[in-house]
Design a protein around this ligand. Structure first.
Ligand code: HPA
Length: 270
């Protein structure tokens, strides 16, 4: 694994001028932010040695390195998911590469289902914690002391300073946000109403099928992490509607413009 990650790092280092200050992972239908970077270098995932390529709709697979408000940023436009059949090791390969490259801060975005009844489609939730209900932990496997402790602390996965800066940036842009807990199922089926009632009882604000593996690895490697979850739909059983992947993408197309404004303001203020 280390060798495979180092090969990818060596390739990326050969294409970019400096170690990026930030990495950004863009979720389903939220890839447009990458277009706002200046002086950008685009690297299709296929070109990077060992990089997993996404099969999910709404995930164009490329790395975009560039600058915004004089910050150097490496954006992942599209990610791979556990539900696509990739191993956890493959799912967190990009996060490992970011850590190994020396990137110190990671901002993650995703689309989610709203579990808290007060949420509506289009709401923006800044994550304060998560529940890993995917049935697997990305750190399971051989101990690799060069990368992380055997039993890394996860009591502050979402950095308070970055999260409150996200909040302030949203306010400056006239956008409402709230904090919440992300509950990760493996998918790819959407949850049942009973599973959503369980998640709510266990403290979920939103549910989704991504993010948690990358956040665990980034924390284990000592990166500071913050995350934005964009509510695409009310979770299963909360309305009469059946859920669909197309509805998620349609909703994210509407949210995308506000997310871009929020991220752009964030990188201006940070
Ligand atoms: N459940 C899981 N993942 C999701 C949902 C949902 O309702 N909406 C968007 N991603």
């Amino acid at each position: 694994m280390i060798e495979r990650v180092r090969q990818a790092c060596a390739f990326i280092r050969g294409r970019i001028a400096e170690v990026p200050e930030f990495a950004v992972i863009l979720g389903s239908g939220l890839g447009a932010f990458a277009d706002s970077l200046e002086e950008s270098v685009v690297i299709p995932y296929e070109q990077v040695p060992n990089w997993p390529v996404s099969t999910a709709p709404g995930h164009s697979g490329r790395l975009v390195a560039g600058r915004l408000h004089d910050r150097s940023i490496l954006v992942m436009q599209g990610r791979v998911h556990f539900y696509e059949g990739y191993s956890m090791e493959q799912v967190v390969f990009p996060a490992r590469v970011m850590g190994e490259l020396g990137v110190r801060r990671l901002l993650v975005t995703n689309a989610s289902g709203g579990v808290d009844p007060s949420l509506s489609s289009g709401d923006i939730v800044i994550l304060e914690d998560h529940v890993n209900f995917m049935g697997a932990n990305p750190l399971r496997g051989p101990d690799i002391p060069a990368w992380n402790d055997r039993f890394p602390d996860m009591s502050r996965c979402y950095d308070e300073e970055l999260s409150s800066l996200l909040e302030r940036s949203a306010t400056s842009e006239g956008l409402k946000t709230r904090r919440g807990v992300y509950f990760a199922f493996s998918g790819p089926s959407f949850e049942t109403p009973a599973e959503i009632r369980m998640a709510r009882t266990l403290g979920a604000t939103v549910v989704g099928m991504s993010t948690v593996p990358e956040v665990i690895v980034a924390n284990a490697m000592g990166m500071r992490v913050c995350a934005i979850s964009c509510v695409a739909n009310a979770a299963a059983g909360m309305t009469e509607n059946a859920l669909s992947g197309q509805e998620v993408l349609d909703e994210m197309a509407k949210t995308s413009e506000r997310l871009i404004r929020l991220l752009s303001r964030f990188f201006k203020e940070v």
